[in-house]
Write a protein that binds this ligand. Structure first.
Ligand SMILES: NC(=O)c1ccc[n+]([C@@H]2O[C@H](COP(=O)([O-])OP(=O)(O)OC[C@H]3O[C@@H](n4cnc5c(N)ncnc54)[C@H](OP(=O)(O)O)[C@@H]3O)[C@@H](O)[C@H]2O)c1
Length: 249
C-alpha cells in the first residue's frame, strides 16, 4: 500500500521555496492538509497553497518569522486553529550568512543561530504542548551534512545545524514516552535558491565529492520527510538521515 497521510495536518516552516515547498507538496500529494509558512515571499507561498488546494486538500499560507518567539508561537496556534490540529511539524526554515570566521560579524552569527536553531526551539516548544496531549506527533528537523562535517566559511551555519541535531536527539528521548517521534534530515547539496548563490567553480568542487555524481533535488529530501511523517515509519526516532548522494558515509 502506498504511504497515506489522509486526515493528517502538517506545518512546514519556510515552505514558499526549495526544500520546504517540495515537502509541502509531497505531504499534500499523500493526503495531508498543510500550513505553508513563509517569511517574505507571500506570492510564492500562495502559489504553493493553490497547488495544494488543486489536489483537493486544505492549505493556508502563514507569514511568520520563526526566529522570533511570539511569531513562532502564533504560527503554531494559527495552524491548529485553521487546520484543526497539528500532527506533523517540519522545521525547515533556514538561512546562510557565509564568511570566514576572521571576517564573520556578530550579527551574522546571531542571525543564523536565531533563524536556524532558536526557531526550532520556539516552534517545537509550542507544538509539543499540543502533541503531548494528543500522545502522538512527528517532528522532522532539517539540518545539514555541514552540521556534522563542518565547512570552511560556514562556522555559524555549521554550529546551528549541529545544534539542531543535539536538540533533536534530546527531545526524541523526552518525547518517546508520548509517542512523538523526532528525526533529523541532513541534506547534502540540494539545488535551491540557497545553493544557487554559489559560483560554478564552488559547485564543481562539491560535485566531485558526491559519490552519486549529481546534486540533490528538493524532492529527494521531501520523499524522505514523507516517509518519516508516515505510519510506515514507526520505530525510528532520534536519527539523522543523510540525504546527500553519499557525501557523508
Ligand atoms: N539547499 C541545500 O543544499 C541545503 C543543504 C542542507 C540543508 N539545507 C537546509 O534546508 C532548509 C531549506 O533550504 P533551501 O535550500 O530550500 O532554502 P531556500 O531555497 O533559501 O528557502 C528558504 C525558505 O526558508 C524561509 N525562511 C528563511 N528564514 C525564515 C524565517 N526566519 N522564518 C520563516 N521562514 C524563513 C524562506 O521564506 P521566504 O521565501 O519568505 O524568504 C524560504 O521559504 C534550510 O534549513 C537549509 O539550511 C539546505
Amino acid at each position: 500500500m502506498p504511504m497515506d497521510l489522509t486526515g493528517k495536518t502538517a506545518l512546514i516552516t519556510g515552505a514558499s521555496r526549495g526544500i520546504g515547498r517540495a515537502c509541502a507538496l509531497k505531504l499534500a500529494e499523500l493526503g495531508a492538509d498543510v500550513a505553508v509558512n513563509y517569511s517574505n515571499n507571500r506570492d510564492k507561498a500562495e502559489e504553493v497553497v493553490l497547488k495544494i488546494q488543486e489536489m483537493g486538500r486544505q492549505a493556508v499560507a502563514l507569514k511568520a518569522d520563526v526566529s522570533k518567539r511570539e511569531e513562532a508561537e502564533t504560527l503554531i496556534n494559527e495552524t491548529i486553529k485553521i487546520l484543526g490540529g497539528l500532527d506533523i511539524l517540519i522545521n525547515n526554515a533556514g538561512v546562510v550568512r557565509d564568511s570566514l570566521l576572521i571576517r564573520m560579524k556578530e550579527e551574522d552569527w546571531f542571525q543564523v543561530l536565531s533563524a536556524n536553531l532558536s526557531s526550532v526551539f520556539f516552534t517545537t516548544k509550542s507544538a509539543c504542548k499540543y502533541m503531548m496531549k494528543k500522545r502522538q506527533g512527528r517532528i522532522i528537523n532539517i539540518s545539514s551534512v555541514v552540521g556534522v562535517a563542518g565547512n570552511a566559511g560556514q562556522a555559524n551555519y555549521a554550529a546551528s545545524k549541529a545544534g539542531v541535531i543535539g536538540f533533536s536527539k534530546s527531545i526524541a528521548k523526552e518525547f518517546a514516552p508520548r509517542n512523538i517521534l523526532v528525526n533529523v534530515i541532513a541534506p547534502g547539496f540540494i539545488e535551491t535558491d540557497m545553493t544557487d548563490a554559489l559560483t560554478e567553480q564552488q559547485k564543481d568542487g562539491i560535485l566531485s565529492t558526491i559519490p552519486l555524481k549529481r546534486y540533490g533535488r528538493p524532492e529527494d529530501v521531501a520523499n524522505v520527510a514523507a516517509f518519516l511523517a508516515s505510519e510506515e515509519s514507526q520505530y525510528l526516532t532520534g536519527q539523522v538521515v543523510f540525504v546527500d548522494g553519499g557525501m557523508n558515509m
